[in-house]
Design a protein around this ligand. Structure first.
Ligand code: CS2
Length: 509
C-alpha cells in the first residue's frame, strides 16, 4: 500500500501517527514555495499544516523545485502527502521505531518542477489566491556575493533571466517576473518570505529583488519598493538527509510506503517579522513568533547554532568523525565549542537567555537519533562562513577582544578543503567555489602561503579581513598547529596556551 488520500484513514489508526484532520480537497493555493527540500517540508509546511487544521483552508502550498524532478516524482504519486518523523533521543534505542512520532502533512497540494514548466510556476505565483511566496533555496540560490550581499549581475542564472524573463531559472528571476505580472493585472504584490540562513534574510532578498527589477524596469522596482513586503525571519530545525533505512522504517510504522519522508528533531522555531503585504496564515496560534524585530534572534541563531555547526563540521570531519553527535561526544571538541559560544560569540549578541540557549544547542547536537552528517553541514562553506563566523570575528576584532577559537575554526575550514581527513580518507568538497578553494588548500605546504591563497577569495573574506594582520597571523598560527599536531591535539594546545595567558594576566581562563 502507498501513502495517498485513499490510504490516509488506514495510516491514521497506526500507533504514533498523526494525519491531517481537515478536508484536503477544500484547500486553495495561498502559498507558493520555491525550493521544495527537506527543510521546508519539516519546518514551515508543518506550521502551515497546523494553521490549516485550525480552520483556515486558504493556505495550501504549491511546492516548486527549481532544479530537479526527484521530489515531485516521489510525492505526486502519493497525492503530495509525506511523513515528518520526529526523532528525540529515545528514538535511537533499539525499540526506536515505536518512539518516533510520525506526522503526515497534508498542506502540500501541488508540486512543480521549474525547468519543465516555468510558465506554470509563474502562473501559480501571479494567481490572485497566492499571497505569499516563501523560499528555501539555500545560500547560493540567492545568486549574490556573500561578502557584500549584492546581486551578482554576471551570475549565469541572472544573465539568463534578464535575457529570458518569461522562462526564469533563479528564484530572483521568478519573483520579479511574477511581480511584474501582478503589477500588470492590478493585483497587489505577494509577500516574499525568505526562510534561508542569511543575515537579515528579508532585507537581503528585498535588495536583490529590487536590483534585478530595476534592471528590468525602474517603474516596476518603484512599485515593488512601495508595496512589496520582505519580512525578516529566523528559522530553526535540524533536518538531516533521509536515508533508505529511514524510508523502510517509516513504511513499516505507517503500514504504507512513503517514497520520501523527512527526518527531524523535536525542536522547532520560526520567528517572523510582522511585515506582510497581505493576508497570512495564523501561524502565531501554532507556535510561530510574529515579532516587531527579528534581528537579535537571527544573529544569535546564525552565530551560535550555524557558526558552531560549521566549526564542528570542518574540525570534526578532519578528525575523522562522521556525524554531529559523534563529534560532540569528543570532550575536547565539546569544550571547545562551548567555550567558543560563551567567550567569543555571546558577547557579540543581544538575544535574552544566551546561556540557556547554549546549553539547549549542545543538547540538540547530542541527539543520537538524528545521525546528522557533518558532510551535509560542511557543504557550501564559501556561502556560509561570512554570516556564520566572519561577521563575529569582525565584531571581536573591532572590540579588540579575543577570537582565537573562531579563527581556529576558519583555519579548520582550510584544512578541510584539502579533501582528506587525518586518517587519509578522501571526501568530496561540495561548494560553488570548490575548485578555487581546493586549489588554495593544496597550493603549498607552508601555512602562510596557504592562508594567503585562501584570503584571495574576496567573495568570502571581503576586502577588510585579508588586510588585518591580527586575523592573518591567527589563521596562520592555527593552521600550522592543526597540520603539525592534528585537530584534537591542536585544540588542546590552544586551550593550554589560553589558560596560560589568562593565568599570567590574573584572570580566570
Ligand atoms: C546546518 C543547518 O546544513 C547546515 O549548514 O547548519 O542546516 C542547520 O541544521 C539549520 O540551520 C538548523 O536550523
Amino acid at each position: 500500500m502507498k501513502l495517498s488520500n485513499n490510504s490516509l484513514a488506514a495510516v491514521g489508526i497506526q500507533k504514533n501517527v498523526m494525519t491531517p484532520q481537515y478536508a484536503r480537497d477544500q484547500l486553495t493555493p495561498g502559498i507558493v514555495h520555491l525550493g521544495l527540500g527537506a527543510f521546508h517540508r519539516a519546518h514551515a509546511a508543518v506550521y502551515t499544516d497546523r494553521a490549516i487544521a485550525e480552520g483556515d483552508p486558504r493556505w495550501g502550498i504549491i511546492g516548486v523545485s527549481l532544479r530537479q524532478a526527484d521530489t515531485r516524482d516521489a510525492l505526486a504519486p502519493q497525492d503530495n502527502l509525506y511523513t515528518v518523523a520526529i526523532r528525540g533521543p529515545s528514538a535511537a534505542r533499539a525499540d526506536g521505531a515505536e518512539r518516533e512520532q510520525l506526522h503526515v502533512v497534508g498542506a502540500l497540494i501541488g508540486t512543480l518542477v521549474a525547468p519543465e514548466s516555468p510558465q506554470a510556476v509563474l502562473a501559480a505565483m501571479a494567481d490572485a489566491c497566492c499571497h505569499i511566496v516563501s523560499l528555501t533555496v539555500t545560500e547560493k540560490g540567492y545568486c549574490h556575493d556573500p561578502a557584500t550581499r549584492a546581486l551578482r549581475m554576471n551570475h549565469p542564472d541572472i544573465v539568463h533571466d534578464l535575457a529570458h524573463p518569461d522562462a526564469p531559472r533563479s528564484a530572483i528571476g521568478f519573483i520579479v517576473r511574477a511581480l511584474a505580472q501582478r503589477h500588470q493585472s492590478g493585483l497587489r504584490p505577494f509577500t516574499v518570505l525568505s526562510c534561508d540562513n542569511l543575515p537579515s534574510n528579508g532585507h537581503t532578498t528585498r535588495g536583490l529583488v529590487l536590483t534585478f527589477a530595476a534592471a528590468v524596469d525602474p517603474e516596476l522596482a518603484r512599485w515593488i519598493d512601495a508595496y512589496g513586503a520582505f519580512p525578516n525571519a529566523m528559522v530553526d530545525r535540524i533536518v538531516p538527509k533521509t536515508t533508505e533505512e529511514d524510508r523502510l522504517r517509516i513504511a513499516s510504522s505507517l503500514g504504507a510506503d512513503d517514497a520520501w519522508p523527512v527526518m527531524t528533531e523535536p525542536f522547532s522555531q520560526w520567528v517572523i517579522e510582522d511585515a506582510f503585504a497581505g493576508p497570512r496564515p495564523r501561524w502565531e496560534s501554532v507556535g510561530v513568533s510574529i515579532v516587531a524585530e527579528v534581528e537579535p534572534y537571527e544573529n544569535a541563531k546564525l552565530r551560535m547554532l550555524n557558526g558552531t555547526h560549521s566549526s564542528l563540521a570542518y574540525l570534526g570531519s578532519v578528525a575523522g568523525y562522521v556525524t554531529v553527535d559523534e563529534a560532540i561526544a569528543d570532550v575536547a571538541l565539546a569544550n571547545f565549542i562551548a567555550a567558543m559560544m560563551q567567550e567569543e560569540i555571546e558577547p557579540t549578541l543581544s538575544r535574552p537567555k544566551l546561556p540557556e540557549y547554549r546549553t539547549a544547542l549542545l543538547n540538540r547536537y547530542r541527539n543520537p537519533a538524528l545521525k546528522h552528517k557533518l558532510q551535509q553541514i560542511a557543504m557550501d562553506g564559501s556561502q556560509k562562513l561570512p554570516q556564520r563566523l566572519l561577521g563575529t570575528i569582525r565584531d571581536r576584532l573591532a572590540a579588540h577582544a579575543p577570537c582565537d577559537r573562531l579563527c581556529f575554526a576558519v583555519a579548520g575550514w582550510l584544512r578541510y578543503l584539502a579533501g582528506k581527513d587525518e586518517k587519509g580518507e578522501a571526501y568530496p568538497i561540495s561548494d560553488p567555489l570548490a575548485e578555487q578553494l581546493h586549489a588554495a588548500a593544496i597550493s603549498s605546504t607552508d601555512p602562510e602561503a596557504q592562508i594567503a591563497a585562501l584570503l584571495a577569495v574576496r567573495e568570502v573574506f571581503g576586502d577588510d579581513l585579508p588586510g588585518n594582520p591580527q586575523f592573518v597571523a591567527a589563521l596562520t598560527r592555527h593552521l600550522r598547529s592543526i597540520s603539525q599536531l592534528g585537530v584534537i591535539a591542536a585544540i588542546g594546545a590552544l586551550e593550554a596556551q589560553r589558560g596560560q595567558s589568562a593565568a599570567n594576566a590574573g584572570v580566570p581562563a
